[in-house]
Design a protein around this ligand. Structure first.
Ligand code: NDP
Ligand code: OXD
Length: 313
């Protein structure tokens, strides 16, 4: 019985090498090199081609190599086997780093100091403390909570928004449609860490951005999105930047990836672009985690972090 690696968009040889080294007693097949799909019990996937998993007659468990499962759930032929996603301290720590980096860059007005430096201008700006700034996190799951706690420990006024009610010490928690407006009203810097589902698609639109607080030292609200590109309406972000509703945006994810050369985000003065790297899946860490889960499963213990297909995350 073997494992299949089905990866698009990442370096599959790095994953295959690592998995073979960590599981020398197992047969590792790699799509598309291996054509024989019989005998595969476990599929380890990142954006596999649609319909591939439906062709595995012996499949028992689908493992996502990332935290988000929108690409897998978007496969109309996805088999109804358990779908397990990544929850791992390494990935969580990487996301926390990226979010804290972006929040501090905007709060400390680093982009303006970069401009001053290039112009050889010694131009100090008024700097309020973190406690004067509201950071609102959309999505209080594994990644949102960790980022919220790190930002709180830096002194920011942190709030969060989720589907169901939450209680997190020192963090103002809002939920559902009714909680959205009060959540936005207190938010200068909006951090998006939602999963992409039919309910969350295109949530970040002009109307939502207009609800953010803009009377702050940054000259407007700030949007930071590391969730998924299709959560945001990209032309609405550009309009909000042009209208001064948004002072700046940091975007790690886009509706089309890689971001096409024609995208105005590349050269926009107020936009920071990173190429979907906020929290990379490290092959060594993730393969170890999946092999741990497989060992548990084969010992009759329950799988962890199984996706609730009804909710879509
Ligand atoms: P979780 O499933 O742990 O958390 C998701 C959160 O979103 C939950 O708090 C959930 O609410 C909330 N949520 C979902 N739907 C809604 C809705 N309709 N309204 C309000 N809140 C909602 O996910 P993670 O924190 O692990 O990951 C979040 C996302 O981050 C991933 O799905 C992926 O898209 C993205 N990601 C991006 C990476 C990158 O490098 N850019 C890397 C890794 C992940 P509730 O708690 O009530 O269920
Ligand atoms: C993930 C990602 O979902 O890297 O893990 O986007």
């Amino acid at each position: 019985m073997s494992l299949l690696l089905a990866i698009q968009g990442w370096d599959r040889s790095a994953w295959a090498d690592r998995l073979r080294r960590l599981a020398p007693d197992r047969t590792i097949r790699v799509w598309p090199d291996d054509e024989d799909l019989a005998g595969i019990r476990y599929a380890l996937c990142w954006k596999p081609p649609e319909g591939l998993l439906a062709r595995l007659p012996d499949l028992e468990v689908i493992f996502s190599l990332g935290a988000g499962v929108d690409a897998l759930l978007g496969d109309p032929e996805l088999p109804g086997k358990p779908l397990v996603r990544i929850v791992d301290p390494d990935l969580t720590g990487r996301m926390t780093e990226w979010v804290v980096l972006q929040v501090l860059m905007h709060h400390r007005m680093q982009r303006r100091y970069d401009e001053s430096q290039r112009a050889k201008q010694w131009a100090p700006l008024d700097q309020p403390p973190a406690a004067a700034v509201g950071v609102g996190i959309m999505g209080l799951g594994v990644l949102g909570r960790a980022a919220a706690k790190a930002l709180r420990s830096l002194g920011f006024k942190v709030s969060g928004w989720s589907a169901s009610p939450k209680e997190i010490p020192d963090i103002a928690c809002f939920h559902g449609t009714d909680g959205l407006v009060p959540f936005l009203t207190e938010t200068d810097i909006l951090v998006v860490l939602l999963p992409l589902t039919p309910d969350t698609e295109a949530t970040i639109d002009y109307g939502l951005l207009s609800g953010l607080r803009r009377t702050n030292h940054m000259g407007g609200a700030v949007l930071i999105n590391a969730g998924r590109g299709r959560l945001q309406v990209e032309e609405d972000i550009l309009r909000a930047l042009a209208d001064g509703i948004l002072a700046a945006a940091s975007l790690d994810v886009f509706a089309e990836e890689p971001l096409p050369p024609s995208s105005p985000f590349w050269t926009h003065q107020k936009v920071t672009v990173t190429p979907h790297v906020a929290a990379d899946s490290d092959p060594d860490t993730i393969c170890r985690e999946i092999l741990r889960q497989i060992a548990n499963y084969e010992a009759g213990r329950p799988l962890e972090n199984v996706v609730d297909r009804r909710r879509g995350y």
